[in-house]
Design a protein around this ligand. Structure first.
Ligand SMILES: Nc1ncnc2c1ncn2[C@@H]1O[C@H](COP(=O)(O)OP(=O)(O)OP(=O)(O)O)[C@@H](O)[C@H]1O
Length: 236
């Protein structure tokens, strides 16, 4: 396959189905999806509920493995790599240093405070302790997480607080490719604007993004192009 230098991610004829064991039924979660994402571009995925939007993102992040198709990614470390064929070790490396995934669900870590969650994200990408402390405080302030919460465990946080923390810890890693799976689903307008500001900042930094947002107004003027799951093409 020939690769273009401008391209960050190329999905080729991707299909994924699930078999429901107790009924034996097959669900075609997505079929024949082809999509090219250029470096620094932000594509929004649209389509009705159940049309396979999350399935695509999970395929890229390798939370699931599609039956057919290829997902070529221009990795800084590995060069062009088909994420469907990559080894577990390669996937772990890419998740740590190159590809970020934000959903509306916070992965809680036992006995880890909000501040530590964000600091760990900076340390994971290779940042120094002082840098981690500074960046964690800056992003927690940006998301207006009350500072009385910074050194507490997030299991008691409200939905919106968890979500803001989740987004903060993914964004602070500055991944080259960021996958956004409805990260703003339950946020109020004010918090959504905060997320939007950060997405704009990441865009300016050249981050490539692929995102799902139910709020089409939110997507407006933020993404460069929109891919429609039903038509399998870019929205006009
Ligand atoms: N692990 C799974 N096992 C069985 N079926 C699944 C699984 N994951 C997804 N599906 C099915 O695949 C289809 C596509 O799901 P997906 O979550 O990708 O849709 P979506 O477009 O993101 O939906 P929504 O907008 O409601 O979040 C759905 O019919 C769903 O029920």
């Amino acid at each position: 396959m020939e690769h273009n230098e401008q391209v960050c991610l190329q999905i080729c004829d991707l299909s994924k189905q699930f078999t429901i064991y107790n009924s034996g039924k097959t669900i075609h979660a997505c079929q024949h999806v082809s999509l090219t994402l250029n470096k620094g571009e932000f594509i929004g995925i649209t389509g009705k509920s159940g049309s396979g939007k999350s399935t695509i993102l999970k395929g890229i992040y390798r939370t699931n493995l599609p039956q057919t198709g290829e997902i070529w990614y221009a990795s800084e470390k590995y060069g062009w790599i088909d994420l469907c064929q990559a080894t577990e070790r390669q996937i772990l490396y890419l998740r740590r240093y190159e590809i970020g995934y934000v959903s509306q669900f916070l992965q809680l870590m036992p006995r880890t405070t909000a501040r530590q969650i964000v600091e760990n994200a900076v340390l994971e990408r290779g940042g120094k302790a002082e840098e981690a402390r500074r960046e964690a405080e800056a992003i927690l302030l940006h998301f207006e997480l009350d500072d009385s919460l910074w050194d507490t465990y997030p299991n008691t946080f409200s939905g919106g607080e968890k979500l803001r923390l989740n987004i903060a810890s993914a964004m602070v890693k500055h991944p080259r490719l960021l996958l956004l799976d409805e990260p703003t689903a339950s946020l109020d307008q004010h918090s959504k604007r905060k997320v939007r500001d950060l997405i704009e900042l990441l865009k300016q930094e050249g981050t490539t993004m692929l995102g799902i947002f139910h709020d089409l107004e939110f997507m407006e003027n933020l993404c460069d192009r929109r891919y429609n799951m039903q038509s399998g093409a870019m929205d006009a």
